[in-house]
Design a protein around this ligand. Sequence first.
Ligand code: SF4
Length: 486
Amino acid sequence: MAYLVARETEADLAGGPSAQGGEPPRRSPLSRALGHFGDWLRLHQKLIRRVQWVVVFAYLLLVAVPAFLPLPERTAHIWTNLTLFAQFAFWGVWWPFVLLSMVLVGRTWCGVFCPEGALTEMVSRHGRGLAVPRWVTWKFWPFVAFVCTTIYGQMISVYQYPKPALLILGGSTAGAIGIGYLYGRNKRVWCRYLCPVNGVFGLLAKLAPVHFRVDEEAWSRSRHAHNAGVRRVNCAPLVPLRLMKGNHDCHMCGRCSGFRDAIELAPRSPNQEIVEVAGAAPKPVETLLIVFGLMGVAAGAFHWGASPWYVEIKQDLATWLIDSGVMWPLQASAPWWIFTNYPDVNDQLTLLDGAVLIFYIAATAVAIGALVSACLYGATRSLGAYASERYHHLAQSLIPIAACGVFLGLSMTTVSLLRAEGVSFAFLSLLRAGLLGGAALWSIVLAWRIAGRWTKSPLRRFAATAGAGLAASIGVFSWALLFWIW
Ligand code: SF4
């Protein structure tokens, strides 16, 4: 199978060739500035740890205290009520804009600010230091953990109430601390394998225009020149430094900056990792996460509250149950940690509501996932005989539209909380349409570039791009339903 050679090298994009034959590499001012910033991160690890402590305390305060306070009055405001402030901080600012930051600066959130990352690494410094067992490294955790957290979050209304936020965020933090205590020494085993958003963050970070670039020739020269006395680097998320080809696993902590004169923070094309790297080591779990997770489960999770189909299914089932004389699923409710249950504010899910909610999200994921998979299959076949590498590589082209949909879905909470404070958004529809259109276009450009690496035939390349474009349009349509059609 032909996997054609890159036309645009990383060094071209960084403004200079990689060092060869002893010639000093030409570097653009941006390259130099980023390189200095990477070194600055390495030299200021103590400051970063202090920042992490501040974030840890703020996080613990905001996640724990509101759960023990009464629910806010109708007249309360973000700036006068800690529960509303925490809700806005977590779901209105942190969650959507951390996702956005992945696309802009890679996983800097993980390496510099994340309280769970900081806690798990700190605990692992003093923990048992056991070897990482196989169940932890199961490769489908990124998909399973994301799906379970997303669905469970909807079942208990995590964006609306403080107790569910404490349960889900606090549970994740407890997991991070427990895994840190048991496994690894000075490492972030939790972040690397089990964090529920690790897979999503890794996918989005592939789009970032900066990365820690490894110059393999400089590395080899350094090994020949001086192998002894080279400083040690503790890469907490366990990235094999020499083999690092992209942002997926790197937390951008800066500790390896300048290592062996071969690693530096550098600019790159936002397309580079997906077009040039992702095809060489295809990961089915990433395809699952893009197609069924971000485009499917996430869409269903944001849809159900506004969906006329959800209401229709529920009414039909309720009618059938009443006709059959079975009333308990319509009357019984479960504790708040199974299904939303706040009778004081008239917000309860009956067992029927909850069961239909789970069914609706699962059915949406299967429907969207199956349609998108069919488009990707068609795109792959148009490049020649079916090959899973091509299929998974083309699936990566959908990361922009998948990420954009989730960002827009999450930012609905931001918008509704700010609207409740009297803020108006005059151009919201236009902005949403622009972002969805731009992301779809980006996906199509990626598909075109990916297809160009698998075929020289313009016709086949066009057909593959059209297939992936159709898949992207399914993503656009699923969000258009929510924002403009329903
Ligand atoms: S590769 Fe590891 S040490 Fe280097 S910046 Fe990324 S996370 Fe830090």
